[in-house]
Design a protein around this ligand. Structure first.
Ligand SMILES: [Zn+2]
Length: 249
């Protein structure tokens, strides 16, 4: 129980750092710079302004100095990181698998939120994440599965990107390499199926609610990331469910 609380708090702190990555990386700023500033008024924030989730709630979502509205995405990313870390710990305990999952989440979250806001996924995230997946594979799924997973999955989306001419971006292709190196060769088919379904349903909802048309560009990165987490977390179970559904039809 004590471990669980510790892991959750650890996740909140990592989430706070991920916010820095999400804000600074697309703007070309250093993610290890010493101070945090209010993005609205530029005032330097104090340690007590930066307590994950709590500062946001205490200040009612406004900057202490300029009263500007702070995006609820900041506490959301922090809370999400804490919860996802906790779920991983509950499933896999203290292990290299858990460490691997937490590292994966720490790359997927910034990739998703930066893609939503800026429509890009920085190479620093995808390249570093792919390499982290390869290194961790020696303690988890094995080098061969991780390397082939990343290679095959990214080549697959590269072909789609070339054929669709811009329907899928280079960032997604590299994100597929990152994801493949964590879910392995065995997991990529399930990630493909789930992300395609989720993206398709989202596009259909946009069409039906009149919020988009056939030309509306949909950022695919978050769907890939969401599916990668599901498959990494529940891998074989999800694939079994898929085959059961397939046989039932
Ligand atoms: Zn401010």
């Amino acid at each position: 129980m004590l471990y669980a609380v510790f892991i959750f708090l650890f996740g909140l702190i990592i989430g706070s750092f991920l916010n820095v990555v999400i804000y600074r990386l697309p703007r070309g700023e250093s993610v290890v710079g010493p101070f945090s500033f209010c993005p609205l008024c530029g005032r330097r924030l104090r340690a007590y302004d930066l307590v994950p989730v709590l500062s946001y709630l205490w200040l009612k979502g406004r900057c202490r100095y300029c009263q500007g509205v702070i995006s609820p995405l900041y506490p959301l990313v922090e809370a999400l990181t804490g919860v996802l870390f906790l779920l991983i710990y509950i499933q896999y305990g203290v292990s290299f698998t858990s460490l691997s999952g937490m590292v994966l989440v720490s790359f997927l979250l910034p990739a998703s939120f930066i893609d939503i806001e800026h429509g890009i996924i920085p190479d620093k995230i995808t390249y570093t994440g792919f390499m982290a997946g390869i290194v961790l594979s020696f303690f988890t799924i094995g080098f061969k599965s991780a390397f082939l997973g990343g290679l095959v999955f990214s080549l697959f989306y590269l072909v789609i990107a070339l054929v669709s001419r811009g329907g899928m971006g280079g960032g997604d292709v590299k994100l597929a390499a990152l994801i493949g190196s964590f879910v392995g060769l065995e997991g990529i088919l399930a990630v493909f199926i789930i992300s395609s379904l989720a993206g398709g349903i989202f596009a259909l909802m946009l069409l039906l609610t009149g919020r988009g048309n056939r030309r509306t560009e949909i950022k695919f990165g978050p769907f890939l990331a969401f599916s990668a987490y599901l498959v990494w977390m529940y891998g074989s179970d999800i694939i079994n469910l898929y085959w059961l559904m397939w046989r039932g039809m």
